[in-house]
Design a binder for this molecule. Structure first.
Ligand code: PLP
Length: 472
């Protein structure tokens, strides 16, 4: 696509918006300017392509399309059918999955769809069969009451939050924690790695209905073949939430035992993290769970977002191109360069390094809390987020870690040399910051913060963001 076409498209869109509410047009323009200037190391963020972004801003947003491709509860869905079928086809081909459901609005929603598909398959269907009825409306009041109790009395085993697990894997503040009796597995305190024998032991004791793997802050690969064997040994359904690392699966960096798709009964993901698509979610599964998964709307989802499914189709088409595999490999090369740059300068990393797109710095080595480090880095033009480390002494709010990830900067084109320079900037800020009188307060010379901010922007000048987009 030529430079002119992208600039024209976005300029025209802003002009149309400006005529109605100029402050929104200004905010959109300001957001691009801010993103262009920031050294974005947030592991869960990325930059979607102009084609993906443009696919979202149109009249597909106006359509109701409850149901599935070819079986809608509303008339006139032929064009939505086209884009939903395309997105699902690209997803199946890209990941080698038998079935793809592309309606979930987010990662949380994809997980809810998966949980309820499993509950429907393993708890509800047997109860219907036993009562010799076809659907829930035909159950007696007593049988319905008993089924509801049983649905609410199931067990889930997932990764603990401080080891890198996610709130949606059965933790109390999320609905999954209210739905399931949950226990979690952690990591080995000495190595920081998942101890599969311990997971197997926990599974034997707890006998979960669902074993969940997947993380948002674990810097290593997970052996999904072993996890599936553990699930099978206790009759659990094995679910993988690949929200963070879907791009590495799509780009064939994670293959064999480390590719969740051939090993899990069901896989969920976001589409906007390393996969670099629009903000949304997706579920992949085999034929056994496909029908239950397709009931996601209206089971737990509102009507599908056809404009976002259109953008998913575009982004998934991009991810099927050979250059995406190259991108995925560069994400990991960059994360490893960043990790080496940090450890070489004396930083302490959880597990000592990384095999994926993220690095977790244990900032207690700098005498700081995660909160202090996050703010000091932000003052210096470096955008990260604080994160708990295993057995975190500062708890989930202040934390002791800084999570950094490379998908976004890799999309901009930064390489391993720039990652080493980034490690230098991070290390400089963290060594020059001292802890203040509380876990949130810190002291950092503003002149140093300014100097690092300038160096951070200089790093970015050779790697323009959305180089084809000139808003004038
Ligand atoms: C980000 C994330 C989610 C939630 O995704 P949303 O789109 O924000 O709802 C779920 N699971 C994992 C492992 C994640 O990292």
């Amino acid at each position: 696509m030529s430079l002119n076409a992208e600039s024209t498209a976005f300029r025209s869109a802003l002009e149309v918006i400006r005529a109605v509410e100029p402050r929104v047009a200004d905010a959109i323009g300001a957001e691009l300017a801010d993103q262009r200037e920031s050294l974005k190391l947030i592991a869960s963020e990325n930059y979607a392509s102009p084609a993906t972004l443009l696919a979202m801003g149109n009249w597909f947003s106006d359509k109701y399309a409850e149901g599935t491709v070819g079986r809608r509860f509303y008339a006139g869905c032929q064009n939505v059918d086209t884009v939903e079928a395309l997105a699902a086809e690209h997803a199946r081909e890209l990941f080698g999955a038998a079935h793809a459901y592309v309606q979930p609005h987010s990662g949380i929603d994809a997980n809810l769809v998966a949980f309820w598909a499993i509950l429907a398959d393993r708890v509800e269907s047997p109860a219907l069969k036993k009562a010799q009825v076809r659907q829930v409306n035909e159950l007696t009041e007593a049988d319905w009451f008993a089924l509801r109790r049983e649905l609410g009395n199931q067990r889930m085993l997932g990764m603990s939050l401080d080891a890198g697990g996610h709130l949606t894997h059965g933790f109390r503040p999320n609905i999954s924690g209210k739905m399931f009796d949950q226990r979690s597995y952690g990591t080995d305190p000495a190595t920081g790695l998942i101890d599969y024998d311990k997971v197997a032991e926990a599974a034997r004791e707890f006998k979960p209905l669902i074993l969940v793997a997947g993380y948002s802050a674990y810097p290593r690969k997970v052996n999904f073949r072993i996890m599936r064997e553990i699930a099978d040994s206790v009759g659990a359904t094995f679910m993988v939430d690949m929200a963070h690392f879907a791009g590495l699966v799509a780009g064939k960096v994670f293959t064999g035992d480390f590719d969740p798709v051939p090993h899990a009964h069901i896989v969920t993901t976001t589409t906007h993290k390393s996969l670099r698509g629009p903000r949304g979610g997706m579920v992949l599964c085999g034929p056994e769970l496909a029908d239950q998964v397709d009931r996601g709307c209206p089971m737990v989802l509102g009507g599908p977002l056809p404009h976002v499914m259109a953008a998913k189709a575009v982004a998934l088409a991009e991810a099927r191109r050979p250059d995406f595999a190259d991108y995925a490999q560069r994400i990991v090369d960059n994360a490893q360069a960043l990790a080496e740059g940090l450890t070489g300068r004396g930083a302490k990393l959880v597990t000592g390094g990384t095999d994926n797109h993220l690095v977790l710095i244990d900032v207690t080595g700098y005498g700081l809390t995660g909160r202090q480090a996050e703010q000091a880095l932000l003052d210096s033009g470096i955008v990260t987020n604080r994160n708990a480390v295993p057995q975190d002494p500062n708890g989930a709010w202040y934390t002791s870690g800084i999570r950094i990830g490379t998908p976004a900067l890799t999309s901009r084109g930064l390489g391993t040399a720039e990652m080493d320079a980034t490690a230098e900037l991070i290390h400089t800020v963290l060594t020059q910051t001292t802890s203040g009188e509380s876990k949130a307060k810190y002291v950092l010379d503003p002149a140093l913060a300014d100097k690092v901010s300038r160096q951070a922007s200089e790093l970015l000048t050779s790697f323009p963001l959305y180089p084809g987009v000139d808003l004038g």
